[in-house]
Ligand binder design. Sequence first.
Ligand code: CUA
Length: 347
Amino acid sequence: MTVRVRRRWRRLAGILGVVTLVVLTACAKEAPQDTLNDLAGPYAREQLSLFKLVFWVAAVVFVVVEGALVYATIRFRRRDDREVPVQVHGNKTLEIAWTIAPALLLAVLSVPTLGAIFSLAEEPKGSDVLHVDIVGHQWWWEYRYTDPELGFTTANELHIPTGRDVAIKLTAVDVIHSFWIPAIAGKQDVIPGRVNTLKIKADREGTFLGQCAEYCGLSHANMRLRVMAESPEKFAQWVANQKRNATVKPTDPLAAQGAAVFAKTCFQCHNIRGFPTGKGKLGPDLTHFAERTTFAGATFEVTMENLLRWVADSPSMKPGSDMPAAAALGLTQADVNAVVAFLQTLR
Ligand code: CUA
């Protein structure tokens, strides 16, 4: 082998290695945002079946076209011992054929595509439908349960009952976001000054992971979300608790001290229902905060350690966070400890 040939083989092996690695990532076992497996609702499956149909049609087209190309490249490559093949220019039959064939194919594919678009856009009707308004913020999600018998607001973790349609209205207060919950609904843009709709439905219980899917600034990657699909009984329990006001006079002295710090500072941005001064709208509603499993755009687990770090210096955990560090608010470490103790009583 000459040096040139050896180098060419080495380059080919390198490319093959990279391609293999990329393909192998598809075998990840822990893939909670997989759009192809373990879907948990009819609307996600409707999208998947359309995807599969289009994918396989495209795969056949790819193999036929690329196959012909590769065959022609190899079969008619330049060889010195051979004469050049017959040179042709233009072939009307062939050209008409490859204009009509793709047009026909697209026309056929447009039937199931348009069907799915209209059926997914159709607003769910009936007394059984749950209504939620979702507001995108930099960088967290606000959920307003707007049905008159509910009427509360929460954040980041969306609870829904299994087997019921949820009609969602989406808008944003600052920049464009995108609400993406692959296991049960797919994706919808969340745009300031505009209301988009999305319907979701889960047919089994589970915690499903999603995230903002439109680049929206520094902490776009920290704008995650969770949908907790629960049996109707468990959901009713959750709702009953959400409808209660928070207990704002904790018996624990440290937590009581934290409530006082909250009333002095935090209330300006955060609401806690039942708190006389809690009217803040800028940050997430914290009424039953300790019931949540995650916070700050469903990015961090609700643990003592994370909460202490967060209240002390949230921008260090979430770049660009609107919530200032404790020091900037004039809070001492003792205040931070107290506020965290208070937050943990909000069940
Ligand atoms: Cu919100 Cu990306």
